[in-house]
Write a protein that binds this ligand. Sequence first.
Ligand code: PLP
Length: 377
Amino acid sequence: MKKIQMVDLKSQYDKIAATVNAGIQEVLDNTAYINGPQVHQFQKALEDYLGVKHVIPCANGTDALQIAMMGLGLQPGDEVITADFTFAATVEVIALLQLTPVLVDVDIDNMNISLEKIKAAITPKTKAIVPVHLFGRAANMDAIMELATAHNLFVIEDNAQAIGADFVSTNGTKAKVGTIGHVAATSFFPSKNLGCYGDGGAIFTNDDTLAHTIRGIVNHGMYERYHHDVVGVNSRLDSVQAAVLNAKLPFLNDYNSARRLAATKYNAALGSHPNIITPSFDANENDHVFHQYTLRIVDKDRNGLMQHLLNKGIPCAIYYPIPLHSQKAYVDVRYKEEDFPVTNQLVQEVISLPMHTELDDEQIQFITDSVLEFLNQ
Ligand SMILES: *Cc1c(COP(=O)(O)O)cnc(C)c1O
């Protein structure tokens, strides 16, 4: 059996090596390392793929979130509501910009931000909501957009984990996640569903004015060369990374399908066990692109299971072990433990199994047998 990895980037690279190498060679030959033609080509290709008017590439997903918030003109003291159960980048940039993060609990069934908890957290100072499409599953954008419209709030989608996923509206229309809110941020960190070979990120929006503002912000606040109209940042996707992304974007749908197929096989093997809750998703819709495959282990020793898998050479991880409201950097007297029952429960129950585009049946069988072996002993 091929060695099991949490993410197998080498096997994925081997299949597209010729294209990737040729793309990188082209950058080396023409020496336009920054803002080369590869960056523009990627921007256009991603706009077409997503069906969004503007993609603005930048240096990483965390910058993308920060720049999106700067572009919207959020001011110190403005409250921004986001999920307690996610990667820290989201709350980090809110705090860095001296905005006020307001963490709220998530729903137990899909681990995404709870609409009821957002509603309860809205105050006259609230300016924006940041839903995270966690682990690759689309958050309920119908409900979030309706609530945002009613309260005149911006919606910034954190799409770092769900590029390529569709949100299927209750009226039947479909849109790629990251194209529904006012603005979205994504990451091309190597292990993300569309990853480059270093750092990379992008901001998406359908708003022409906002896109213009953001293009200046990523480039030192310049709209005209050496005229600095606003305080900006330096955040660029380099040409080598764009060349890698150009080689990989045509395969994004295949990559996401491979992840969904692996999830289907995991679910089939594990779904009926009384101590396991498998992630649910719609077999007919691209609503979940499985950045992570995350189980809940109920009434059994989750940490013992993790150790058992690691002992057998199966990598696994706890995403995320500590709620953001309990992180030293983000503690706040306003947070009460009873406001976060679901996140507090999830951090005890979740375990993520290997998930990538190259998992084969033999590996999946070995992983699921090993999970069941521990739970049945
Ligand atoms: C990865 C990630 C980010 C940050 O992306 P980087 O490119 O690593 O800066 C932000 N939010 C979420 C939910 C992520 O998973």
